[in-house]
Design a protein around this ligand. Structure first.
Ligand code: PLP
Length: 380
């Protein structure tokens, strides 16, 4: 059976070159980057040049980049760190969009337990934050505004520059979770004017368990992990040298190919939707026209998403019924609910996410299988 992978928003395969570049750091160059001897110096040099590379790609200084275990950790650290930093100025409100990843949503809940007031910025029916909705919530008590660059369930991109401007006008910080946009668009922290940005390697054809957090150098946030002097004393723990090397290499390739990848994704999405266009019960959730990502969130009225996911899997096509962490649970997607879908409509929604390793033939073959599967379940 032909296997087709349409779940790149959950994770991507590791780039082979990135894997090969990192392999020596598992075996012969296995040193601890903090050791002063030959092995340690080699490891440290690799970490330094990887940090330089990622900083350059993001338009940041190397001293503004911290390696973390991935997007979740970066999100936790950024939101907590920025909120606590502003608390010293007497600010106690945190605004997050209603469609943030759970890594941000749950961090906000923890902040609420510690005395912060949380405000949720709504989105419109297309899954976008409207600036007026943000303005309606802004005041001088706001410490941080967090709105992701592209949503993981719909691929919808957010007006991040405008959001950053509004946050700054009111003296608040702006945090951008760029985990999903990073493989498709060059993120430039200066252009966006974000105070903190998170990215994750495994969404960019890098390894799992490694990511980065950019924090503007003038901002002083608290330490994340104590007990080691790594990451300039801010995040202790022996550095994952090989993962760092693979991350930098994969991310560089992704950024250099981003424009072309985005073009390919637009073509794939068009092709895919064309194949399904004669099904009257299919519609797209969210504004995918403006999105450079490979995500298509489809509503298949009368087709239960979990049944669809497993039926597709039996036919060799891997998709998702929401985000990866939510697909195993029965909780309906908070993202789609925030866009105004009913619970039934949410339970009839599935996510396809294409990647640069997919071929046109796979898109067409996968669409045909999706069509047959949807019709079969609907008529059952
Ligand atoms: N933020 C967004 C938007 C994501 O899509 C994800 C992963 O799905 C994360 C954060 C968490 O990243 P990681 O899996 O590296 O912890």
């Amino acid at each position: 059976m032909q296997r087709i992978y349409f779940d790149h928003a959950a994770t991507t395969p590791l780039d082979k070159e990135a894997f090969e570049k990192s392999a020596p750091y598992y075996t012969e160059l296995f040193g601890n980057a903090d050791s002063p001897h030959f092995y340690g110096r080699k490891a440290q040099a690799a970490v330094d040049s990887s940090r330089d590379k990622i900083a350059e790609l993001l338009g940041a200084k190397p001293s503004e980049i911290y390696f973390t275990s991935g997007g979740t950790e970066s999100d936790n650290w950024a939101l907590t760190g920025l909120a606590e930093a502003k608390k010293k100025e007497g600010r106690n409100r945190v605004l997050i969009s209603a469609i943030e990843h759970h890594a941000v949503l749950e961090t906000a809940k923890k902040l609420a337990e510690n005395g912060f007031e949380i405000g949720y910025i709504p989105v419109n029916g297309q899954g976008r934050v409207e600036i007026n909705a943000l303005l309606a919530l802004m005041d001088e008590r706001v410490a941080v505004v967090a709105v992701m660059a592209a949503n993981n369930e719909t691929g919808v991109v957010q007006p991040c520059k405008e959001i950053a401007n509004v946050a700054h006008e009111y003296g608040a910080y702006y945090f951008m979770d760029a985990v999903q946009l990073a493989p498709y668009e060059r993120i430039c922290v200066k252009d966006t004017n974000a105070d903190a940005v998170s990215i994750s390697a495994h969404k960019c054809y890098g390894p799992k368990g490694i990511g980065a957090l950019y924090i503007k150098d003038k901002i002083k946030i608290g330490k994340l992990v104590v007990g080691g002097e790594q990451e300039r004393g801010m995040r202790g723990g022996t550095t994952a040298v090989a993962q760092v090397v693979a991350f930098a290499h994969a991310y560089e390739k992704c950024v250099n190919a981003a424009e072309k990848t985005a073009e390919t994704m637009r073509e794939y999405k068009r092709l895919f939707l064309e194949e399904l266009s004669d099904l009257p019960f299919v519609s797209v959730n969210g504004d995918i026209e403006s999105s450079p990502t490979g995500v298509v969130n489809l509503r298949l009225d009368g087709v239960e998403n979990v049944a669809f996911l497993y039926a597709m899997d039996l036919r060799g096509v891997a998709i998702s019924a929401g985000s990866a962490c939510a697909s195993a649970s029965v909780k309906p997607s908070h993202v789609l609910l925030a866009m105004g879908l009913t619970e039934t409509e949410v339970k009839n929604s599935v996510r396809f996410s294409f990647g640069s390793d997919n071929t046109k033939e796979e898109i067409v073959a996968g669409a045909k299988i999706a069509k047959e599967t949807a019709v079969k379940i609907k008529n059952a």
